[in-house]
Write a protein of this length. Structure first.
Length: 254
């Protein structure tokens, strides 16, 4: 009887040990690989909101995902005509945290020698979405801006003569007058003055040019008792050491 009892206890111990090993192995098998449950994030950092853009430009931002991004898709819409361009694929940069794409590329030269661009002038919205390897999306991030590829048209009324034998006469004040046609604000006007030999005397830059109702920009004005910028400009043009009281010049405006 003692022998039978010992054998029974021994067998019971083996069963318990085997059962425990199976339970442990079952837990390990059940862990598996981690599951991607988080969507990627994306933000636009450039260009600024409602900025006016011309020519080719870069559109860029930041992005992130816990498992890695697979793509960033970009769609461009002209909100004036409801015309869509794309979808385009942005470049995910080496750091995996930023993306970028170049838009509005040059398409050639027109019959008038002017460069043409992918997107015509107008108001635009760009929509951007990031995707990860599990095809989860970030949702759409948008940015609005204006494209103005066309340079302003300036119809010059004074000085008006292109004949050096009959130039437009000025006294103490030199102004550039005319009409500017453009859909947006004209930021800068550059006026370059040359002597009769074609040598550049000076280039003057004026900012925030008024276009409504015509344009009149004072470049130089002589006043012997003044230290204003206009008086300094006059002295840069007129040669006070010359014996000639009347001096001829030419100018270009852009």
């Amino acid at each position: 009887m003692n022998l039978t009892k010992k054998i029974t206890v021994f067998c019971t111990s083996i069963i318990i040990i085997l059962f425990t090993a199976i339970a442990i192995n079952s837990c390990n098998i059940g862990l598996g690989e981690s599951v991607d449950t988080e969507s990627p994030s994306l933000a636009i950092t450039y260009p600024p909101v409602d900025v006016v853009i011309r020519d080719e430009f870069v559109f860029s931002g930041t992005c992130s995902d816990d498992k890695g991004l697979s793509s960033v898709k970009v769609t461009v819409t002209n909100t004036d005509t409801n015309t869509s361009y794309g979808t385009f694929s942005a470049t995910i940069n080496e750091d995996k945290n930023t993306w970028s794409i170049y838009l509005n590329q040059s398409t050639g030269i027109d019959d008038w020698g002017r460069e043409t661009w992918s997107f015509p002038d107008g108001n635009y919205t760009v929509d951007v979405v990031a995707y990860d390897d599990a095809d989860r999306s970030s949702g759409t991030s948008s940015r609005s801006f204006t494209i103005d590829n066309t340079a302003p048209v300036f119809i010059l009324s004074s000085p008006a003569s292109i004949d050096s034998d009959s130039p437009t006469a000025y006294g103490k004040t030199f102004k550039v007058n005319g009409t500017i046609a453009d859909d947006n604000t004209v930021k800068t006007m550059n006026v370059s003055v040359y002597d009769t030999e074609g040598n550049l005397k000076h280039t003057f830059s004026e900012n925030n040019i008024e276009t409504a109702g015509g344009t009149s920009v004072k470049i130089a004005e002589y006043d012997s008792d003044s230290t204003t910028t206009e008086n300094e400009n006059y002295e840069k043009i007129y040669d006070f050491t010359s014996s000639d009281s009347t001096q001829k010049f030419s100018c270009s405006v852009e």
